[in-house]
Design a protein around this ligand. Structure first.
Ligand code: ATP
Length: 229
């Protein structure tokens, strides 16, 4: 199977902090790939670099076997931080605004609302949405443009248990549509439940990479969890 993303020897230094040190990983097409590590292990830095918002100190990466370009960027949808939606506009209106910004046809908005399970609540104000619904709308915004890859940074952070379950189910459903998903998480159980492949990061170093089942059976959980509770 081809890789959607290949990273070779990626390093990032912020003054005295070595946030990433020679990271090399590959995200297979069709996988749900979890970047697992405690806070400060370099997950956000990795995603920022491959999305072209942070400059690496060293190393290279290719999306779809090519350097990042306008063309390849169009094939990637990302949610690094929950966007600010308009509280007194409906879910539908908010997504139409995002569609305009992304120069995506409004006809895609209905499809996305169905994918994220909000078609029946599309005429309700964003303000009244539950935490899970708000996050699903944010993932919907990332799905506008019909990207082949969805990149999510800590997608269940700050959600209540219901919202966590909804977002995890949505991730699985999006993957069933054939999209590749790259997500960062500090939660071992999240990666175990949702992901097919994983990389374990600690203090900017890669500790292990491979199919989730293989990694879980081959490594001590304390090592995987970075000793975090
Ligand atoms: P978190 O979940 O807390 O964001 P993370 O695994 O995503 O953790 P990063 O945010 O990539 O980790 O941070 C890796 C290291 O780099 C940390 O020690 C962090 O403090 C440091 N760092 C990140 N951004 C900057 C910055 N702009 N300036 C200085 N240091 C930074």
């Amino acid at each position: 199977m081809a890789n959607v993303l290949d990273i070779q020897g990626l390093s990032k230094r912020y003054k005295s902090v070595q946030a990433l040190d020679q990271l090399s990983i590959s995200v297979p097409e069709g996988s749900i790939y979890g970047l697992l590590g405690p806070n400060g292990s370099g997950k956000t830095t990795t995603l920022g670099i491959v999305l072209d918002v942070i400059n690496p100190t060293a190393g290279t990466f290719q999306w779809f076997g090519q350097p990042l370009s306008k063309e390849t960027k169009r094939r990637i949808g990302a949610l690094l931080e929950t966007p600010n939606f308009y509280p007194y506009l409906t879910g539908l209106q908010n997504l139409k605004i995002v569609a305009d910004i992304k120069r995506v046809d409004h006809s895609q908005v209905q499809t996305v609302l169905e994918t994220v399970g909000l078609a029946n609540r599309q005429h309700n104000d964003f303000k009244g949405y539950s935490l899970g619904m708000k996050q699903r709308l944010a993932i919907g915004a990332a799905l506008l443009g019909n990207p082949e890859v969805l990149v999510l940074d800590e997608p269940t952070n700050g959600l209540d248990p219901e919202g966590i379950a909804e977002v995890r189910e949505l991730i699985l459903n999006v993957a069933k549509q054939g999209k590749t998903i790259l997500l960062a998480s500090h939660l071992l159980d999240e990666v175990e439940k949702v992901c097919t492949h994983m990389a374990v990061l600690r203090a900017g170093h890669l500790k292990a990479e491979g199919p989730v089942g293989t990694i879980m059976s081959a490594h001590d959980l304390v090592i995987i969890n970075g000793g975090a509770p």
